[in-house]
Design a binder for this molecule. Structure first.
Ligand code: NAD
Length: 257
């Protein structure tokens, strides 16, 4: 266990969805603690911009443009990350397709449903399995953080999104139980209403949040980093850490301030 910052020197992380929003913010946090970061995103321009900014700050970063909704994409990501850095010590799975308000129970298509499930659940599982096996084989006490949602528990009017996040939460619990004896930890990180790229706040939502503001990608990334560092979370696995400014304790009977 490393005594003080930087906490992640000599380690390497795969971070999906790191071209934007929370994944991007986590890439800077993890690199800032001395780790090498391998970014995976389907958006070529955003990935290139993030890599350029990491390099400008002197961080060791590489990346690959990969569509994680495709079969074989997890293997592709792991192969490329291992070719770049050798051993992998951390995984952050933040990639998730856009959530469009139009995709309700009535309108969501099979293609949109499948894309959401492939990126979040199937590729999420395959990525974890591949890296988890690698960690076990190499005796690495690895850490993983999977981005879920408050809508793993409450409806969002987007059934493909909410059910996929609920499935991810159980995936985290399954893997945490299976891997704890190997020293590998995996946790769910649950953002509330975060003004990152993937969420467009409407109306007076901020006033319904007890802390009276939307969250930032940075708010979530700071907790994600905590979950990756044994010094702060070494006895934490298979759980869900909520970063929502108190949104999930909003009470409809309270007068809006
Ligand atoms: N922002 C919020 O309020 C909020 C709330 C709850 C949960 N979350 C979760 O947190 C995570 C990050 O959210 P965000 O707001 O930063 O999202 P974002 O849309 O800003 O970023 C997501 C990134 O994933 C990438 N991506 C999308 N589909 C992909 C694919 N098929 N293959 C590879 N990359 C792909 C995008 O290009 C983008 O860079 C997501 O899992 C999201 O569901 C966010």
């Amino acid at each position: 266990m490393k005594p003080q910052s930087p906490y992640l020197t000599d380690e390497a992380a795969i971070i999906t969805g790191s071209g934007n929003g929370i994944g991007r913010a986590l890439a800077f946090e993890v690199a800032g603690e001395g780790a090498r970061v391998f970014l995976v995103d389907s958006n070529e321009q955003k990935l290139a911009d993030t890599l350029a900014e990491l390099h400008a700050k002197g961080h060791e970063a590489q990346g690959a443009v990969i569509d994680l909704s495709l079969a074989g994409s997890a293997q592709q990501a792991v192969d490329q990350a291992r070719a770049a850095f050798g051993s992998i010590h951390m995984v952050v799975h933040s990639a998730s397709p856009p959530r469009r308000e139009a995709d309700t129970w009535r309108t969501v298509t099979r293609e949109i449903w499948d894309e959401m499930y492939h990126v979040n659940v199937k590729t999420g599982f395959e990525l974890a399995r591949l890296v988890g096996q690698h960690m076990i084989d190499e005796g690495i006490a690895g850490r993983m953080v999977y981005l879920t949602s408050l809508h793993a528990h409450t409806p969002r009017n987007l059934p493909h999104y909410a059910t996929s996040k609920a499935a991810m939460l159980m995936l985290v619990k399954e893997l945490a139980k299976a891997w704890a004896r190997h020293g590998i930890r995996i946790n769910a990180l649950t953002p509330g209403a975060i003004a990152a790229g993937g969420f467009k706040p409407a109306g007076d939502l901020a006033l319904k949040i007890p802390m009276q503001r939307l969250g930032s990608a940075q708010d979530v990334a700071a907790m994600g980093l905590t979950l990756l560092i044994d010094r702060f979370s070494g006895y934490v696995t298979g759980t869900e850490v909520v970063v929502d400014g108190g949104l999930s304790v909003f009470n409809w009977f309270d007068p809006v301030q």
